[in-house]
Write a protein that binds this ligand. Structure first.
Ligand SMILES: Nc1ncnc2c1ncn2[C@@H]1O[C@H](COP(=O)(O)OP(=O)(O)OP(=O)(O)O)[C@@H](O)[C@H]1O
Ligand SMILES: [Mg+2]
Ligand SMILES: [Zn+2]
Length: 396
């Protein structure tokens, strides 16, 4: 591998962009219907496609057949754009050139007509880094540039931009890229690279990348080396310091079986892991179980688990001791497995009634009514279930 994956697989067409449909749709329409603005702002998470989109858009503007959302890729303008050496596409990094003089130079540049294309395009990356004076110097040109000039500003932090800049640009927001899209993209790349993988491993990488495709691809570079060409869930777990999915299966097996002894043992085994990482992994596991309608977890039980986990995360922010928090989580979960809902209790009771007096319709109707009335859960279900063989207990 001579080049890092993030660069090797930088998209060069709108079709190649992942997970930014609303952005690409709007830009495509603008290009094809020739309704172009003179200044665009691309904002959003790092590594989500802003710079790539700016370059694709610039190429779409300069192509001989353009402006078009599907540049020909063959004309000299397209070729130069693809090789990042188009003289009329000027990229400026505002993180390193942030002063008023840099902007003055840029404005000077806008006064000369494009060399070979119909537009002269200025891509200003990390635009929020410009100084206040530099912003002010830019304003007038940004508002009324020469007809052949287009601006594309990009930033991860649009809140740092002065409102005067925001109001002079068409704003496109780039989203975090969803897990499914990321996983598909990774598997596509791994197939091209001839690297074997388990899909679960890709999901773990995607979660660690937090919706940034660049971050995820950087992890993938590392993963290919780390797992010696066969990317498995356990190898990624060990690379990222995460729990192996099988460990998570096991943890929930013993929680659902209310096996306190094994839980204690597991808590001891987990001391080397970061508690927050474990909690995040458990949350991701439950979320996926919930969405896949895993019948080990009823809606009610998942809800309780999620609440326990979010409370635990708050505790961590208060600097509580890691293994204390983990013990609390596991034992609260066991407790939650024990709790029955009013509905479950009533159902039990009804079954009981049927056994005792299958034909007492009246009792049944009353119990049904109380299901609706009593919405609260109870935390002392067993007692209630034992005592309440009469309708009075339920309706009281
Ligand atoms: N939406 C996307 N579709 C396909 N690849 C993407 C996407 N977003 C990011 N990438 C991958 O990540 C790399 C970096 O993307 P890009 O430079 O466009 O991100 P960015 O949003 O400009 O990030 P930054 O905020 O750090 O400048 C690309 O080369 C590409 O491999
Ligand atoms: Mg960028
Ligand atoms: Zn072209």
């Amino acid at each position: 591998m001579s080049q890092v994956l993030a660069l090797k697989y930088r998209p060069t067409t709108f079709d190649g962009l992942i997970g930014q449909n609303s952005v690409t749709q709007t830009l495509t329409l603008a290009l094809n219907q020739n309704r172009l603005s003179h200044a665009y702002l691309f904002s959003g998470l790092r590594g989500s496609g802003k710079t790539s989109t700016a370059r694709i858009f610039a190429k779409a503007l300069v192509c001989d057949k353009g402006p078009t959302a599907t540049p020909c890729e063959e004309c000299e303008n397209c070729k130069m754009a693809n090789e990042n050496r188009h003289i009329d596409i000027i990229e400026m990094d505002a993180a390193s050139s942030r002063k008023i003089d840099d902007i003055r130079e840029l404005i000077e540049h806008t006064k000369y007509k494009p060399n070979s294309a119909r537009f002269k395009i200025f891509i200003i990356d990390e635009v929020h880094m410009l100084t206040k004076e530099a912003f002010n110097a830019l304003l007038k040109t940004l508002e009324e540039p020469p007809t052949y000039v287009k601006f594309i500003l990009a930033t991860t932090d649009p809140l740092k931009l002065p409102p005067t800049i925001l109001s002079r640009t068409q704003h496109f927001r780039f989203k975090q890229i969803g897990e499914k899209d990321v996983v598909n993209h990774l598997s596509h790349i791994l197939n091209l690279e001839n690297v074997k993988y388990e899909e679960e491993a890709l999901r773990m990488l995607s979660r660690s990348g937090n919706g940034s495709l660049r971050d995820t691809l950087t992890l993938l570079d590392q993963a290919i080396i780390f797992s010696k060409g066969n990317i498995t869930a356990p190898s990624i777990a060990s690379m990222l310091g995460l729990l192996d999915p099988k460990q998570l299966d096991y943890i929930f097996d013993i929680i659902l079986a209310k096996d306190k002894e094994k839980i204690v043992y597991t808590i001891k085994e987990l001391v080397d892991y970061e508690c927050e990482v474990i909690l995040d992994e458990i949350i991701a596991y439950l979320k996926s179980a919930f969405l896949n309608r895993d019948n080990r977890f009823s809606t009610m039980l998942s809800e309780r688990f999620f609440r326990i986990l979010s409370e635990a995360k708050n505790l961590l922010y208060l600097n509580a001791d890691n293994s204390f928090v983990l013990s609390l989580v596991f034992f609260k979960m066991i407790e939650a497995v024990n709790i029955k809902t009013i509905d479950e209790i009533i159902e039990n009771l009804e079954n009981e009634k049927f056994r005792v007096a299958p034909d007492t319709l009246e009792v049944q109707t009353i119990t049904k009514k109380s299901t609706r009335e009593v919405k609260e859960e109870t935390s002392k279900p067993q007692n209630l279930a034992v005592k309440s063989t009469s309708k009075t207990t339920l309706t009281s």
